[in-house]
Ligand binder design. Sequence first.
Ligand code: SAH
Length: 205
Amino acid sequence: MLRRHLAARGIDDPRVIDAMAVVPRELFAPRSRAHDAYADRPLPIGMGQTISQPYMVAWMAEALELGAGDRVLEVGTGSGYSAAVLSRVCRAVYTVERHAPLAEGARALLRKLGYDRVRVRCSDGSLGWPEHAPYDAIVVAAAGPRIPGTLRDQLGPGGRLVMPVGAVGGSQSLVRERRDPSGGFSREALGVVRFVPLIGEEGWG
Ligand code: SAH
């Protein structure tokens, strides 16, 4: 996985590669699909949701340009896999999942595996997690119609926000926004992706 799916496609942040090397993806995938855990594809995790393709997790982690002292908000905990990866390249991860069974499963697994720098909450993550804002980086693992203003408001100066934006059912644009010190935002399109929809007040209704 590290060589064929990540390094060969340009993932070169050594801290992201190291994190992907040690987080046991097979424990986050459904038991019946453990043999597929390191394959180049998303896998079903119940509630109609998926654990993202390894390359996507690595690409988004790299795009966040994380420093060791950073605090990160993740929207869309799913299995908890990407939160575990992120927690190995920053100081703290606050992750929000709207489906209670997924949030509870991820919380229990992360605790069991000792990922004590991750906190999981069950709520509408399109509204963020204001109590712990501002964040150095925000990543949204579901596609919305636009970048929610509430998430922008929770990004600190110099912060990066990475999120797929575009219609559901087709492909979307993976967008990175940066908050400059004066408070303005600059935006880049990183590439074309396919994600499950962001369902919520600031997502798809
Ligand atoms: N990062 C996950 C994969 C996420 S799939 C992993 O590594 O396994 C996207 C997740 O976003 C799904 O679990 C879905 O339920 C969740 N989601 C969709 N809309 C949401 C919202 N408004 N708030 C929180 N979670 C949401």
